[in-house]
Design a protein around this ligand. Sequence first.
Ligand code: G3P
Ligand code: MG
Length: 244
Amino acid sequence: MNTKVIAHRGFSAKAPENTLAAFQWAIKTKADGIELDVHLTLDGEVVVIHDEKIDRTTTGQGWIKDFTIAELRQFQNGVWFSEEYSDQIIPTLDEVLELASNTELLLNIELKNNVIFYSGLEETVVHKVEHFGLEKQVVISSFNHTSLAYLHQFRPNWSIAALYEEHLYKPWIYAKTFGASALHPIYTVVTEEMIEQCNQHGILVRPYTINCTQDMKRFVDLQVDAIITDFPDQLYGLLQEKAI
Ligand code: G3P
Ligand code: MG
């Protein structure tokens, strides 16, 4: 089994995270998939951005939940990274889905509803993905496992993955209690034994965010399903070397 390359927030080492530019770079770099974070605006649009507030990555200030999509789109979303990306604005989920249409890209959509309660986020994301017919390519993840359990109730066949950063007790058993078919742990809590148990229980393991080549090598050798990284080019290169 080949470990898949998932570009964390797009190719976020190359272009500003969670922008169309970062996702386009990920595709160019031959990543198998992209990870993106989503929130709901005041007027119910799904936007792709990491933080609950726009302060760090845009030229604006405030909570996403307090802006309409039209207001949010007025802010630059790439200059914090480089002037080269001054044209980037906050993408909508629709734009990313459009970009992924007619590709085989795996789309890891992370519901960022662990700090703010976005009423209806699960349904809205599901309907948008279905509108583009991309449900077979999507993995929904979240640190909010109650939200994942809720989504599982009305879309039992969708791939869902539990994000976590603690040393959970038997996470391969816990995952099944709410229909998760994969675990997305921070890589520091992943052990060999845990990967073995997950394999035996049919639970996929995709650690995040692995940026150091040594760790990449270790997890490729441990045959995790995918690695989530800011450097998809490095991981791709490493996998190519191994294949020779
Ligand atoms: O999905 C993996 C990773 O993105 C989770 O943490 O904070 O980068 O969204 P964060
Ligand atoms: Mg994320």
